[in-house]
Design a binder for this molecule. Structure first.
Ligand code: HPA
Ligand code: ZN
Length: 326
C-alpha cells in the first residue's frame, strides 16, 4: 500500500471537470438566497439526500436544475474559485475545465457573464497557486446541432479565450455523428476537440468520436474495452481517456469501485487519466478519486506514477510545463 502523503504530493491534473458539477449544496443555497431563487429542498441535507442516482440521466436532471441558481458573473466566479481551492488542496497543478454555455444562455444569461466569471477565477488561481488552466466549451448533445451552431456564434467574439470544444449530456440516442458538421466547423476554426463517449454509450460512439469528430481525447471511454479492435486503435493513436472512477460508480456504470477497469486500461497500453467529473454530486474531488482507486484497486506506486504522467502527457499545457512536471 502506498503512503498517503506520497499520493497527496504527486502532481495531479484534472482534465475532465464540469464546472457546473462543482456546485456544492452549501453554495447552491447561498446563491439561491443571494439571487432570490426558490429551491425545492428544505435544506442542504435534503438536497444531498436526493443525490442517489440510477444512471446518467437521473443525475443530469438534478445537475441542470441546480445550475439555475447561477445568474451573475460573481456567481460563476465564486463557483470556480471554490473549485480551485479544493483542487489546490489536492495537489492539482493543471486544470482543464468544461462549461456548458447552453445551460445558461437558455435562461437569458449572456455568454460573456459565464465566461468572464470563470476566467477571472482561473487567472487568479494561476497567480495565487500556480495552477495552469485551459477552458473547454461543451455542447449539449441532447439539443439539436443547430442549437450548437448558435452557441458557437455566441462564442465567436471570445474564441481567443476558449481552448477547445467538447460534447456532453445525455449520451444514449445522441451519437457523435449528430454533431459532424458542428465539429467540422470547429476544426476549421482551429479548435481542439474532445467528446464524451463510451460512458453509457457503446464502443461505436467512441469510433464516431475518433473518426467523425476527429477528437484528440475521449472523455470516459471505459466501454471501449468491449471492443478489442478499438482498444488497439486507441493505443496505436495514443488517444487519452479522461476516466472518472467515482462518477462511474455513482452513475452505476460499475456497481463497485473494485470492479472498475482502470488497471485494465493501463495494461492495454492506453493513456488513461484520473478525474472527478462532477465532484459536488459524486462525492469526491480528484484527490479522493486517486485515494479511493489506490485503495480499492490496490494500485502500485508504478501504476500511480503512470497515471500521473498520463495526466501531464494528455493535457494541453505548454510544452515547457510538461517538461517541468514529467
Ligand atoms: N456525462 C455526460 N454529461 C455530463 C456529465 C457526464 O458525466 N457530467 C456533466 N455533464
Ligand atoms: Zn463528464
Amino acid at each position: 500500500r502506498v503512503a498517503s502523503d506520497w499520493l497527496a504530493r504527486l502532481p495531479k491534473t484534472e482534465l475532465h471537470l464540469h464546472i457546473e458539477g462543482t456546485l456544492e449544496p452549501e453554495l447552491m443555497f447561498a446563491l439561491a438566497e443571494r439571487n432570490g431563487v426558490a429551491l425545492p429542498y428544505a435544506d442542504v441535507d435534503a438536497l444531498r439526500a436526493a443525490y442517489d442516482f440510477n444512471d446518467l440521466q437521473s443525475f443530469l436532471d438534478l445537475y441542470y436544475a441546480g445550475a439555475d441558481v447561477l445568474r451573475t458573473e460573481a456567481d460563476f466566479y465564486d463557483l470556480t474559485r471554490a473549485y480551485l481551492l479544493r483542487a489546490h488542496a489536492d495537489g492539482v497543478v493543471h486544470v482543464e475545465i468544461f462549461f456548458d454555455p447552453q445551460t445558461h444562455t437558455v435562461r437569458g444569461i449572456s455568454f460573456a457573464t459565464v465566461l468572464n466569471g470563470i476566467r477571472r477565477a482561473l487567472a487568479e488561481g494561476e497567480r495565487e497557486f500556480g495552477i495552469t488552466y485551459r477552458l473547454i466549451l461543451c455542447f449539449l448533445r441532447h439539443l439539436p446541432e443547430s442549437d450548437g451552431f448558435a452557441t458557437l456564434e455566441d462564442a465567436m467574439p471570445y474564441l481567443a479565450q476558449i481552448d477547445g470544444v467538447g460534447l456532453d449530456s445525455s449520451e444514449s440516442g445522441h451519437p457523435p455523428q449528430k454533431f459532424a458538421r458542428l465539429f467540422a466547423r470547429c476544426k476549421a476554426l482551429g479548435l481542439p476537440r474532445v467528446a464524451h463517449a463510451g460512458e453509457e454509450g457503446p464502443p461505436e460512439y467512441v469510433w464516431q468520436a475518433l473518426n467523425v469528430l476527429d477528437v484528440s481525447r475521449i472523455d470516459h471511454g471505459v466501454r471501449s474495452l468491449e471492443d478489442p479492435v478499438l482498444v488497439a486503435e486507441l493505443a496505436r493513436r495514443r488517444t487519452p481517456l479522461t476516466v472518472c472512477p467515482l462518477s462511474n460508480v455513482r452513475l452505476k456504470v460499475y456497481e463497485r469501485l473494485e470492479q472498475h477497469p482502470l488497471r485494465q486500461l493501463l495494461q492495454a497500453g492506453l493513456v488513461a487519466t484520473v478525474n472527478s467529473d462532477d465532484p459536488a454530486y459524486f462525492g469526491g474531488y480528484v484527490g479522493e478519486n486517486w485515494r479511493a482507486c489506490a485503495e480499492a484497486l490496490d494500485l502500485t506506486r508504478d501504476e500511480l506514477l503512470q497515471l500521473a504522467r498520463n495526466g501531464i502527457t494528455a493535457s494541453w499545457m505548454d510544452a515547457a510545463d510538461k517538461v517541468r512536471w514529467l
